[in-house]
Design a protein. Structure first.
Length: 226
């Protein structure tokens, strides 16, 4: 198949972005593999900078805009684009470092502010809310489509909802109160309930279910069900 890639590039955050067009003859493969092919071939002297790790939809590192939609490059096959054009750009809600690389450290800073950890041991039974939330890749796709999230804001988005939901469901009384307070401040009070995050998650996490359960515990103070 013949695929034309239109890739937004820039050497650094200070440089103006530009579009580089590359036509590739290849078998049906993923966008991630296509980037490797281009970097090993025509672009060997000036490779496209992008992030990857597992290439198996497990780490979330290769999140980018693919034809305007936040996706994982390792989970987007070229056969999905019948017009033969694939537009690649960095996520817009995060500062661009270079090419398709963005700085997502704000997500981890938000988790520190949220206090997303337990002081005492807890046991997850492998099912339910805690298990579902544990599948979050911290890729940032949910934040990209969220109308309420912006960098540096007090609302931390679904990337914080997932770990908060997991911990709230397992926390003891002391940790639970601390996490509930942080949840109310940095998620519940800012969420517009648009649920734009629900269908974009590469891991298929039902964020609506997490939201309903976490609100029940943290906001409405209903007794947790193990």
């Amino acid at each position: 198949m013949t695929i034309t890639f239109e890739i937004q590039r820039r050497k650094s955050a200070q440089d103006r972005p530009y579009i580089q067009r590359i036509t590739l003859e290849t078998e049906d493969t993923t966008v991630a593999e296509a980037l490797d092919i281009m970097n090993d071939g025509e672009l060997a002297d000036d490779p496209i900078q992008w992030e990857c790790s597992c290439k198996q939809k497990k780490c979330g590192a290769c999140a980018m805009l693919i034809n305007g939609k936040p996706r994982l490059a390792c989970d987007a096959r070229l056969s999905e684009f019948p017009k033969g054009v694939v537009e690649l750009a960095p996520l817009k809600k995060f500062p661009t470092v270079c090419d398709l690389v963005v700085d997502r450290s704000m997500m981890y800073d938000d988790l520190k502010t949220l206090g997303a950890w337990l002081e005492d041991e807890a046991v997850c039974n492998g099912t339910g809310i805690a298990y579902d939330a544990s599948r979050c890749l911290q890729c940032g796709c949910c934040l990209e489509v969220c109308p309420n999230f912006y960098a540096g804001g007090e609302f931390f988005g679904a990337a914080a909802l997932a770990p908060a939901s997991r911990l709230i469901s397992e926390a003891d009384k002391t940790d639970g109160k601390r996490l509930q307070t942080a949840y109310n401040e940095h998620f519940y009070n800012g969420c517009g309930k648009s649920l734009s995050c629900k269908n974009i998650c590469p891991a298929g996490i039902d964020t609506e279910r997490l939201l309903v359960r976490s609100n029940a515990v943290a906001v409405w103070k209903r007794e947790k069900r193990k």
